[in-house]
Design a protein around this ligand. Structure first.
Ligand SMILES: Cc1ncc(COP(=O)(O)O)c(C=O)c1O
Length: 439
């Protein structure tokens, strides 16, 4: 069979993908119930409250707070700890930019470390060299839904008296040593953006076991106003939104609350999350088994003390092992082209290490250099201009199967099997990737 990229017939119709999120009648009813009740917002409104409780319970956490995005969930995590101007937070060079921006929005600065090739997660062995007297926290990211090495990173945080904040934006229900991520440090941020395994269109959840932090996070979420309490046991639908007293702001905060429609929708989706996560895991492992048979194709590698939820499905390519005479980026791009032509969704996700975004490499910050100028700017410049060879190699030598619109979790086993078939077809003719690369 000729490769579709070279004029053959595609293996399957791209339209067969399941779209994400899957919206059920129960989801629609949940949102309609909110509209019927006509309570649409409020820091302690009933749908948000119910969603927070269910999410916290499912993740083995004491508390959760709804925010309007995963980024704001991370930001309240940073703000609740009092981290701000002049402080540093260690983050991985490989992530979505929101990880670092959440730190900057509070006036602190990110300091980057390289990642591990196997998982793309923060490399614990690089952390200590990045610690300075200004460092306040370490924020690992559970990239693609696979937990970071929380044992090693937690031990370093403890040794140096640093906070551990988890960026769990992609990792709902992923586990480390049998326990769901989110409560290994002082707090965590999850995202509910539409591609995520748990989606509310947009949205986020801050999670913590510490009641004092919950209260502070809730203030950051509400303009740092006094008297806004996260404890909503006394919600009263008859009370007007103004409350009984004009509030004052005790510091910088913003409006990071979610609304009732997203809460009701997210909660309804949450009821199916364990079952869908299991399906994603079964499919992910099945696809890995098939891909492992192909020389030079390396499916996600999951350490034995963790479970991944396969939010993204990264596959490494090794041209030498495959016997294809192309550079890593040529091989990656030609494979992406060939697989897309067969009907697959294939993306890169990130194209650059975070420090090389102009925001960091040119120290742009808020425009006049803040917050970098409030820190040790020369040290930061060196950190942002350093090389992150594993991150670079990871980006150059791998691709991500499925997409934000059609993530793995939304696909049937049959569609996932077609990805294995498409890879087999392309790999069966892999010498011709050279033509595609040059074409
Ligand atoms: C690793 C990571 N952190 C943070 C975020 C931010 O989440 P949101 O888009 O909901 O603000 C994302 C979302 O894509 C992410 O992938």
């Amino acid at each position: 069979m000729t490769l579709a990229a070279l004029g053959g017939a595609p293996l399957f119709d791209n339209d067969r993908h399941g779209k994400w999120p899957q919206v059920t009648d129960a989801d629609k009813r949940a949102v309609m119930d909110v509209l019927d009740r006509a309570i649409l917002s409020g820091s302690d409104a009933p749908a948000a409250r119910a969603f927070q409780d269910d999410f916290a319970r499912l993740h083995g956490a004491k508390f959760a707070l709804l925010t309007h995005s995963g980024t704001s969930a991370l930001q309240v995590a940073v703000g609740a700890l009092g981290i701000g101007e002049g402080d540093e937070v260690i983050v991985p060079a490989y992530s979505f930019v929101a990880t670092a921006i959440a730190v900057m929005q509070q006036g602190a600065v990110p300091v980057f470390v390289d990642v591990l090739p196997e998982t793309g997660n923060m490399d614990p062995s690089k952390i200590e060299a990045a610690i300075s007297p200004r460092t306040k926290a370490i924020m690992p990211v559970h990239v693609h839904g696979c937990p970071a090495d929380l044992g090693a990173i937690g031990a370093i945080a403890k040794k140096h008296g640093l906070f551990l904040i988890e960026d769990a934006a992609q990792a709902h229900l992923a586990t480390y040593e049998g326990k769901p991520v989110g409560t290994f440090g002082t707090g965590a941020g999850f995202s509910l953006q539409s591609s995520k395994n748990l989606s509310a269109g947009e949205g986020g959840l801050y999670v913590t076991n510490d009641e004092a932090l919950l209260e502070r996070a809730n203030q950051v979420r509400n303009f740092s106003q006094n008297l806004v309490r996260a404890d909503s046991a006394h919600y009263d639908a008859r009370r007007n939104l103004d409350g009984h007293k004009a509030l004052v702001s005790l510091g910088i905060g913003s409006m990071y609350r979610g609304n009732e429609m997203m809460a009701a929708f997210g909660r309804s989706q949450l009821a199916r999350l364990p079952e869908l996560t299991k399906k994603a895991q079964d499919n992910g492992h099945r696809l890995a088994k098939a891909l492992r048979e192909l020389p030079g194709v390396l499916p996600p590698s999951i350490p034995s003390d963790r479970t991944t939820v396969f939010h993204k499905y990264r596959v490494w390519l090794d041209g030498a092992a495959a016997g294809v005479d192309l550079s890593p980026t040529q091989l990656r791009d030609a494979t992406i082209k060939a697989l897309r032509a067969e009907g697959c969704e294939v993306v890169m996700w990130q194209g650059e290490a975070l420090p090389s975004h102009p925001l960091f490499s040119e120290l742009k910050g808020f425009g006049k250099g803040f917050p970098f100028t409030s820190s040790d700017v020369e040290r930061l410049r060196a950190n942002y201009h350093a090389s992150y060879p594993v991150t670079r190699r990871l980006i150059d030598s791998s691709l991500v199967l499925f997409s934000q619109t059609c993530p793995l979790i939304g696909q049937s086993a049959e569609t996932v099997d077609l990805y294995a078939d498409a890879f087999r077809k392309v790999w069966g003719d892999r010498k011709r990737l050279v033509e595609i690369a040059k074409g």
